[in-house]
Design a protein around this ligand. Structure first.
Ligand code: ATP
Length: 639
């Protein structure tokens, strides 16, 4: 029984109260986690370890959390690991004295740098034992390595890695390498870490022993849901962890709320296949339709100190991509607004013709360090939500109220800042007309949203059924496009000699942390696309597929790529396939799902590979499609 067992203090003799957590203790926990696939077991191992941290070295809790999710700081600070293979191989070679040739051969065979580093080490005779690694030291060094830039940074990085490697014992080298690579691959999803953190906080309180089992279970569930919801509003462990240590779960709710300057994860929409889906879903609920603008999501913050920031869908700070917008932001809000968070779409705008330009035009804007005088593509901001105003979070207010406040506190400025065009009608004919109009105005279709009550709150990071997206070409394909990761390519022949002729794509399973093959693709590319992709992707060729690629027998491209690029794809439909692995185990125990007639739409540089369409979404699309065929068939029967 998971909770009745009293949680033993650290199993590490060297880990004394008040001293830094030994890195070995974390690695031992990682190893336990890696050795099981059972979710509850994984949670249990982590909870026990975190309780020990809270009791013995609470000041290390924050770094332990970061190391467990393999991040260095909140996403919006943009500091990332992901050291290239060649540097890591070099560090292994130099720290162990093994020949590079041998290490490379091992790597080609085993495909896991962590294992190579660990094995190379155990071959080494040790003259003297260096000091054991501690969590604060490892974390600080990782952060230093990630921050290094400039000419001599490569050598400095290798040196820092070597220094850590010589201090590694047992399994430490394995997890250290994986952290450096930017992928732990132990099957520990971030949401499990969040739940474990919440539970450890509850269980390390002195009064839990007196609680009944039922009461404790309830408290644990409540704590997990509070921490999850706080995190989606304020994705910043730097604030959450200290608040939890200081004030427990209740204290957290008080201390951590949506704060301008810290981007929250945007609310996402559910796809639909037909206008009638809207009526099915919103039968007796008031809803509104808005244009679905085709640009780039932009979360605009005004902080209490008056400064402004623009964040991407991915919480990246985009302020220096949009110096022109930043310059104008001041005049969009009425003078009495002191702070706000707006949810918007930045769209390419034709100033002469006063109309929206397609996404392709926006994507030609430089992404970084844009100078105002070099800007060729103008941008208009279309705002559709207000999440925070004058010191108050509006997340729990219904959309109707948020929209009212938006209209009240902001001004439209021609060609610079507009409210998303909206229409309230429940008549399918009106919605069809509005959809056609949106397409004529160069939009992607409609967003349909609930208006009132608890069903119309803003749900950060959720793909909610309270927001439905209707795309203009929903009749011609599976309704929604799919975002996939490029993992391999086939050498081009004939007209495509010199570039890649086709590619192998994968979806992402965040629970198992694997990329699953889903289809080959060879259509939809312009000649320019083929050249650009070839030039870009040949930089990311790897000798062997990653150990975390799930592949079918027949998935044998000529070259493999590291998972770096996300492409938007459309297809005719989805089918069960013995050759591909997407969503294997969800729809069929051994077969995966594949896309039929996939075609390339565009590069998605606002999504990381981990943001690609998930296996679960693929399975859902496949099942929806089956439902729809059944529906269509039966209606044909009636006709
Ligand atoms: P995902 O597939 O994960 O939903 P996506 O970026 O591909 O991500 P879309 O299918 O394009 O999502 O639909 C949601 C996006 O539409 C939002 O992220 C936002 O950028 C954009 N958008 C445009 N107009 C609106 C609007 N009126 N309301 C909400 N979102 C809008």
């Amino acid at each position: 029984d998971m909770f009745s067992k009293s949680i033993s203090d650290a199993e590490f003799a060297s880990w004394k109260k008040g001293e830094p957590v030994p890195y070995a203790a974390l690695c031992q926990t990682f190893e336990q986690i890696e050795d099981t696939t059972k979710r509850l077991q994984i949670l249990d191992y982590l909870v026990k370890f975190l309780i020990s941290v809270i009791k013995l070295s609470p000041e290390s809790l924050l770094t332990v959390i970061y190391l467990s999710i393999n991040k260095l700081c909140p996403e919006y600070e943009g500091l990332e690991l992901g050291i290239g293979e060649s540097l890591l191989l070099k560090a292994i070679a130099e720290s162990t004295g093994r020949e590079m040739k041998k290490i490379k051969a091992d790597y080609a065979e085993i495909g896991d740098l962590g294992v190579i580093a660990m094995n190379s080490r155990s071959n080494q005779p040790t003259m003297f034992k260096p000091k054991a690694l501690t969590i604060p030291h490892v974390f600080k060094t990782l952060k230093d390595i990630a921050s290094l830039t400039g000419n001599s940074s490569q050598k400095q990085k290798v040196d820092k890695i070597k220094l850590m490697l010589v201090s590694c014992r047992n399994k430490e080298a394995k997890y250290l390498m994986r952290s450096l690579e930017g992928k732990l691959r132990i099957g520990l999803a971030e949401r499990t870490v969040v739940v474990a953190l919440a539970q450890a906080i509850v269980l390390s309180r002195s009064n839990v022993k007196k609680m009944s089992k039922e009461k404790l279970q309830m408290e644990l569930e409540e704590a997990a849901s509070v921490v999850k919801s706080v995190y989606s509003e304020l994705p910043c462990y730097d604030l959450i962890v200290p608040a939890l240590l200081k004030g427990d779960i209740d204290g957290l709710k008080e201390a951590c709320k949506l704060t301008p300057g810290i981007p929250l994860k945007p609310m996402l929409a559910h796809p639909t296949k037909a206008l009638t889906d809207i009526l099915d879903r919103f039968e007796s609920i008031a809803f509104t339709c808005e244009y679905k603008y085709d640009g780039e999501r932009a979360q605009i913050h005004k902080l209490e100190d008056g400064s402004m920031r623009i964040y991407s869908r991915n919480s990246e700070n985009m302020s220096n991509k949009y110096p022109d917008v930043m310059e104008r932001l001041g005049k969009f809000a009425k003078p009495n607004t002191t702070s706000f968070v707006l949810d918007c779409e930045a769209v390419a705008w034709d100033r002469e013709r006063k109309c929206i330009l397609p996404f392709q035009v926006l994507s030609t804007r430089k992404r970084k360090d844009v100078k105002e005088e070099d800007i060729k593509v103008q941008v208009c901001i279309f705002t559709f939500d207000l999440l925070y105003l004058n010191g108050e979070s509006l997340l729990r207010e219904p959309l109707a109220k948020r929209r009212e406040l938006l209209l009240e506190h902001f001004n439209e400025v021609d060609g610079e800042f507009s409210f998303a065009k909206s229409m309230n009608s429940t008549q399918i004919e009106d919605i069809q007309v509005f959809l056609d109009q949106s397409v004529a105005d160069n939009c992607e279709g409609l967003m349909v949203k609930t208006l009132n009550g608890t069903e119309a709150t803003y749900e950060p990071s959720k793909r909610s059924r309270n927001w439905l997206k209707v795309k203009k070409d929903y009749l011609t394909g599976v309704g929604d496009s799919i975002d996939l990761v490029v993992i391999g390519a086939y050498v081009g022949r004939g007209k495509r000699t010199g570039v890649y002729g086709g590619y192998l794509l994968a979806c992402y399973d965040p629970d198992r942390e694997v990329y699953q093959s889903i289809c080959k693709i060879g259509t939809g590319f312009s000649e320019q696309d083929l050249e650009d992709h070839h030039k870009d992707l040949k930089e990311h060729v790897i000798p062997e597929p990653k150990s975390y690629y799930m592949l079918g027998e027949g998935n044998k491209p000529d070259v493999w790529f590291a998972p770096v690029r996300v492409w938007e794809i459309k297809c005719a439909d989805l089918s069960v396939s013995p050759v591909y692995k997407a969503a294997v185990g969800i729809v069929d125990p051994s077969k995966g799902i594949s896309l039929r007639f996939p075609r390339f739409i565009r590069l998605r540089d606002d999504k990381t590979p981990e943001n690609a369409t998930s296996s679960e979404q693929i399975a859902e699309m496949y099942n929806d499609q089956k439902l729809n065929t059944v529906k269509n068939d039966s209606s044909m029967g009636v006709d």
